[in-house]
Design a protein around this ligand. Structure first.
Ligand SMILES: Cc1cc2nc3c(=O)[nH]c(=O)nc-3n(C[C@H](O)[C@H](O)[C@H](O)COP(=O)(O)OP(=O)(O)OC[C@H]3O[C@@H](n4cnc5c(N)ncnc54)[C@H](O)[C@@H]3O)c2cc1C
Length: 381
């Protein structure tokens, strides 16, 4: 079995690892356009059960990654200067580069050495592979070479965001909302290593237009953001890493495979970053793909439709939650008319998965505080 994997992000590396676990005899070639130690962004978070999804199929990789994660059990929402803690909804974070390093080590231990600084320019050049896995992210060359076959649809959301790091940690996954002279802005910020945090700043298109950020060189923009979020940063500096203003692209594909090619992770779909699940979804796609291959005796023509049939309903549930969360952020300025406690409730219920009973079970102190204040847990989002 010859497998070509395009991209050595979380999905591509994990595909190499899992295929080798099932098929030690497989010949696997991984191509990555960047050097091994280059990456974008800073930390990634995994929601609630962290790596529980990995543990059943691959305890060695789960142990390796868990050992380097930062865990925290609270979410904090800051609105009108009031900080409200939502207890019990745990997260775990890790630097993206650390995650990739661990996956690279694991792949090497299983005998796969990715080829770095090796960009695939044309999928036709992958002549003799039995299976080609497109793990090449949002701008996937595989998908872009056959957009109609995959039925890709990309819609950009209106809000603008920029992904920075910060040289300090925060003690909870925090969402800070501030009023500025340009309009409301929000920062999603969370630690991923000692003394280091991810710091994503988001605003509506109208606020972005008033801010003048579009015309500003990046260093000036960073200085302006440091000033606008000075109270939150408490003297910390923002750290750039290919930081540019973007609109979040919502990507879906009608068909997940085309001939012997199949898509996984961000090449196939995106899920808004506010639910912190993109990396997990990418790795779960790989688990579903490899299980389908194994169940179908590694017959690619049968396994690829089986992968899509089994995985799609599960994925669509998460994507719907991510879309509701994204829609809440697109209107966050309007939600800010709420007082801090109802606002925090609206925030935590934004993905539509928490009814009153689940909220009481998950975040008992937060739920009790709301009920003491006479705020119904079922208040419409
Ligand atoms: C602002 C922001 C914050 C996020 N925060 C989180 C978070 O907290 N938690 C989380 O889980 N997810 C988060 N995500 C999402 C997460 O980054 C992605 O879902 C995840 O990286 C998907 O992994 P992947 O391997 O599918 O794709 P990628 O990580 O994009 O990897 C694709 C790889 O393919 C390579 N490549 C591309 N084209 C070629 C080519 N032609 N030839 C060779 N190599 C190629 C690229 O260089 C890259 O290394 C966030 C995303 C954004 C935008």
């Amino acid at each position: 079995m010859r497998v070509a994997i395009v991209g050595a992000g979380p999905a591509g590396l994990y595909a190499a690892i899992l295929i080798k676990r099932f098929r030690p005899d497989a010949e696997i070639r991984v191509m990555e356009q960047n050097p091994a130690d280059a990456t974008f962004g800073f930390g990634v978070v995994f929601s609630d059960q962290a790596l529980a999804f990995l543990r059943d199929d691959d305890p060695e990789t789960a142990d390796l990654i868990e050992g380097e994660m930062v865990h925290w059990s609270d979410i904090a929402v800051v609105h009108r200067g009031e900080r409200i803690t939502i207890d019990g909804i745990g997260f775990a974070g890790i630097g993206r580069l650390d995650l990739l390093r661990l996956l690279q080590e694991r792949a090497r231990a299983l005998g796969v050495e990715p080829a770095y600084e090796c960009r695939l320019e044309n999928p036709d050049s992958l002549g003799d592979a039995d299976l080609i896995i497109g793990a090449d992210g949002l701008n996937s060359i595989l998908r872009r070479s056959a957009p109609e076959a995959f039925g890709e649809q990309i819609v950009e959301l209106d809000n603008r965001f920029i992904w920075y790091g910060a040289d300090r940690a925060f003690d909870a996954l925090t969402q800070t909302f501030v009023e500025t002279p340009h309009g409301a802005m929000t920062a999603h910020h969370y630690a991923y290593a000692p003394g280091r945090a991810t710091f994503i700043i988001e605003m509506t298109a109208a606020t972005f237009a008033r801010s003048g950020f579009a015309e500003m060189p990046e260093p000036d923009c960073r200085a302006a953001c440091e000033a606008l979020f000075a109270e939150t940063l408490e003297g910390a500096r923002l750290i750039p890493n290919n930081s540019v203003w973007r609109r979040f692209p919502r990507l879906t594909c009608r068909t997940w495979h085309h001939g012997r090619q199949v898509l996984v992770g961000d090449a196939l779909h995106t899920a808004h970053f506010s639910i912190g699940s993109g990396t997990r979804l990418a790795m779960e796609d790989v688990i579903a793909l490899v299980k389908a291959l194994d169940a179908e005796g590694w017959a690619v023509a049968r396994a690829l439709p089986a992968y899509q049939a089994a995985r799609r309903p599960v994925l669509e549930k998460m994507v719907r939650a991510a879309e509701r969360s994204a829609a809440w952020y697109e209107r966050f300025e309007a939600h800010m008319a709420l007082a801090p406690w109802p606002f925090a409730l609206s925030y935590i219920r934004r993905a539509g998965r928490l009814d009153a009973e689940r909220l009481r079970g998950l975040a008992p102190r937060f739920a009790a505080a709301l009920e003491e204040k006479g705020i119904s847990l079922e208040t419409a989002v």
